[in-house]
Write a protein that binds this ligand. Structure first.
Ligand code: ADP
Length: 189
């Protein structure tokens, strides 16, 4: 199996690159953000619990996120591997994912870090908001998401760096070129 984490700040292009990667490597894409948004639009119990948290640009509590993630992995027993997009976002989530995979004789094979600076993120998301209509793409909510990223999510990187699993890829430039650089990193695993 090939289990990858696509890591980067909001607006780094994780969703765009995941879509291309699943096609090439035949992996199952799990985006916790997409899953939460699906629960919200279907008005499920989980959706009701997380709706305001997402709207505010805050992280959903680990226990809720981890349960949802594990359920999604369990639903795909025949997968050749997974791309985790937007997960893990805290060290506790990374530890839970490792423990879960280990129980099933699996591991994270590599973490691709998409590097994009804060100015670029802000201008990309301002553009995206014109079409996405995402409430959390509003300028003040985006600042909260960036804040959550720098206070909690960045700590996930050293967690994987000590395991020697992180490949850094420049996330600014041509989409195809970035994709090709990610593939080079994956093929070297
Ligand atoms: P982006 O990467 O553009 O911020 P996502 O779609 O990945 O967008 O996430 C949207 C929101 O969903 C986050 O701001 C957060 O509220 C929630 N979320 C997604 N993944 C997680 C996670 N792993 N842990 C906690 N909250 C999450």
């Amino acid at each position: 199996m090939l289990n990858l984490v696509l890591f980067g700040p909001p607006g780094a292009g994780k969703g765009t690159q995941s879509a291309k990667l699943i096609e090439k490597y035949q992996l199952v894409h799990i985006s916790t953000g997409d899953l939460f948004r699906m629960h919200i639009s279907n008005d499920t119990d989980l959706g009701k619990r997380v709706k305001q948290i997402l709207a505010d640009g805050m992280l959903v509590p680990d226990s809720i996120t981890i349960d949802m993630l594990e359920e999604e992995v369990t639903k795909n027993p025949d997968a050749k591997g997974f791309i985790f997009d937007g997960f893990p976002r805290t060290v506790a989530q990374a530890e839970a994912l490792d423990a879960y995979l280990e129980k099933n004789g699996q591991t994270i094979n590599g973490v691709v870090q998409l590097e994009v600076n804060e100015d670029e993120i802000k201008s990309r998301i301002a553009e995206r908001q014109k079409v996405s209509g995402r409430a959390d793409d509003d300028a003040d909510k985006l600042l909260k998401r960036i804040d959550e990223y720098f206070s909690k999510t960045v700590h996930v990187l050293p967690y994987y760096e000590t395991q020697g699993k992180v490949s850094k890829v420049n996330g600014i430039g041509n989409i195809e070129e970035i994709f090709s650089n990610i593939c080079t990193a994956i093929d070297a695993l």
